[in-house]
Design a protein around this ligand. Structure first.
Ligand SMILES: [Zn+2]
Length: 297
């Protein structure tokens, strides 16, 4: 009995040693790469910046929450934008980093990412009868699936430079992450940031990128989605007009459409949404990341 208890304790101790400490400390690892997260934690529905440093690195990938992330060379380090879905469980979540070296060796580093509470609001929305069809779960499921499929793709090039700019300054009428009860029957978590603006206001690209979608969707209405590379996308919804076509290159500040009140919308406003690594993230928090990256060559 004593032996078994001792064996269990030794096993537990070994397991604790194998599990790395929270990577916020960014402790160097002897003979290997160092992984560090900018900041102390990831909040639910937020993106974070992860760096890997080491000698002779050829390639870095990581698994987090069942999603694969590619790292990109940036000066002397490899970087990626990691993201936590808005419904990620609040606890330390494992990040498995796989480093491949130029001499053919590979190293797997497992570290824990603390997930912090998003503290998003709850609210209620009443839709007029004309929009009841947009509460159909199948309509929502189809649009969610279409969007999830697109935003989970990684473009290896980074198209943006010098950060992102909020395309919809003005009075905020809806925050990211808010769980809304529609017509006392249907719950939906808000994927973007809403600001009110008169119909027909020019809507500008948050950063350089390539247009992936431009057209009408049931829920989002008139919609433009821009791929910024590295798994980062920005979307602009409820447009009265879209002025770009898929495949078109846009620069930060270019007018891509005119605001409106189309789709599941109860008044003229722009819904701006940002996706990173296949999940929607808080656009305001994304702006605050302050991405300082070397220019792409
Ligand atoms: Zn919205």
């Amino acid at each position: 009995m004593k032996h078994r208890l001792m064996a269990a304790l030794v096993g537990l101790a070994a397991a604790l040693i194998v599990m790395s400490p929270a990577l916020a400390q960014g402790e160097p690892r002897t003979g290997g790469a160092t992984v560090s997260l900018a900041g102390q934690w990831l909040r639910q529905g937020q993106a974070g910046f992860v760096s890997v440093r080491g000698e002779g690195i050829a390639d870095v990938r990581a698994l987090f929450q069942g999603r694969l992330y590619y790292f990109y060379p940036d000066g002397s380090r490899y970087v990626t934008l990691l993201s936590a879905a808005v419904d990620t469980e609040v606890k330390d979540q494992p990040l498995q980093v796989i480093v491949r070296y130029t001499d053919g060796r590979t190293e797997q580093i497992e570290t824990m990412i603390p997930i912090n509470w998003g503290n998003y609001a709850r609210g209620a929305v009443m839709l007029p009868a004309a929009l009841y069809s947009l509460l159909d779960p199948e309509v929502n499921r189809a649009e969610d699936a279409k969007m999830a499929n697109i935003i989970s793709r990684f473009t290896p090039e980074r198209y943006w430079a010098g950060g992102f700019v909020q395309p919809n300054p003005g009075e905020i009428v809806g925050y990211f992450g808010a769980t809304r009860l529609y017509n006392e029957s249907y719950w939906y978590t808000h994927t973007g940031l809403d600001t009110s603006m008169p119909e027909g206001t020019p809507v500008t690209a948050a950063a350089n990128g390539r247009v992936i979608l431009a057209g009408a969707l049931p829920i989002r209405g008139g919609y433009v989605l821009i791929d910024h590379g590295w798994g980062v996308y920005s979307g602009y919804a409820h447009l009265s007009q879209w002025l770009v076509v898929p495949g078109q290159w846009v620069r930060q500040g270019d007018v891509i459409g005119l605001s409106g009140n189309t789709g599941r919308s109860t008044g003229p406003h722009l819904h701006w949404e940002m996706a990173v690594g296949g999940v929607w993230v808080d656009p305001q928090a994304f702006l605050e990341l302050g991405l300082t990256l070397e220019p792409t060559t």
